[in-house]
Write a protein that binds this ligand. Structure first.
Ligand SMILES: C[S@@+](CC[C@H](N)C(=O)[O-])C[C@H]1O[C@@H](n2cnc3c(N)ncnc32)[C@H](O)[C@@H]1O
Length: 247
């Protein structure tokens, strides 16, 4: 068990080289990057003019999409230098108001109440061992009335096999497990934390958020190239999104 997070960090140090290796491909994607329609529906009136902080900002394409949606500023936080430097270069190349800080969540090092919106997800909460501490940090970063938004893999996702003929539950996985080791690209070897949807919702309420919107989505936020699993055919949940107000 990766108690310290060192194995996960090591896995990301390798995985995030991809962001630099594929700099040009990602730059082309960044030129037209947009949030998902469900995200735009939830954030379309919240993000314009907002200062946004994005913990676990990764390749930064969502930062570019948030800036394009009208954010006044977007501040990405990640512990991977390759991820940060490639995201910074892309935002500069496109002239968008995104900046980046190297930090290990839940200690972002950013000022209290510096954000109107904290946006995260698409492979973020699974790396968080202590969700209450992470949510407390997100709340600290928000101005009164600010919004926390997450678009994340549904907690059933670790269960789905990638068979293309029928939906099957992996025999080595369980919905109520606490973690599993990622056995696919890009984060191979990293420990993914698991929590039920109810646990995530309750953690948000306990952290001092009022939930304004909660939705489950059939589409995965990411599909490995060349795969078309039956679990992605619209019958089972593959993502969820949650919008909460700092109460
Ligand atoms: C799947 S990527 C993230 C998501 C981003 N939405 C994207 O699509 O690129 C996960 C990112 O989380 C970062 N990360 C994982 N644990 C972290 C932590 N405790 N503090 C800061 N960054 C972390 C990794 O370096 C990686 O860039």
């Amino acid at each position: 068990m990766d108690v310290t997070g060192d194995e996960t960090r090591a896995a990301w140090a390798v995985a995030s080289r991809k962001y630099t290796d594929e700099y040009d491909v990602l730059l082309e994607q960044a030129r037209t990057a947009e949030l998902f329609p469900a995200e735009v529906a939830a954030l379309g009136e919240v993000v314009p003019g907002a200062d946004v902080v994005h913990p676990m900002s990764g390749h930064g394409l969502d930062d570019i999409a948030l800036a394009r949606l009208g954010a006044r500023s977007v501040h990405g936080v990640d512990y991977s230098e390759p991820a940060l430097s490639s995201a910074r270069r892309r935002a500069e190349a496109l002239g968008l108001p995104c900046r980046y800080t190297a930090a290990t969540m839940p200690d972002s090092g950013l000022d209290d109440a510096c954000a109107d919106v904290v946006y995260t997800g698409k492979g973020a909460l699974i790396w968080v061992p202590d969700l209450p501490a992470f949510l407390a940090e997100c709340r600290r970063l928000l101005r009164p009335g600010g919004r926390f938004y997450v678009y994340e893999a549904h907690p059933t996702v670790p269960l789905w096999a990638w068979d293309d003929d029928e939906i099957r539950v992996r025999p080595d996985r369980g919905y109520f497990e606490r973690s599993h080791v990622n056995d696919t690209f890009p984060a191979h070897g990293a420990v993914e934390r698991q929590r039920t949807l109810a646990e995530t919702v309750m953690a948000c309420l306990r952290a001092g958020f009022t939930i304004e919107h909660l939705e489950e989505h059939p589409e995965p936020f990411w599909r490995p190239a060349g795969l078309d699993a039956a679990a992605w055919d619209g019958r089972v949940p593959n993502a969820f999104s949650l919008l909460a107000r700092r109460s």
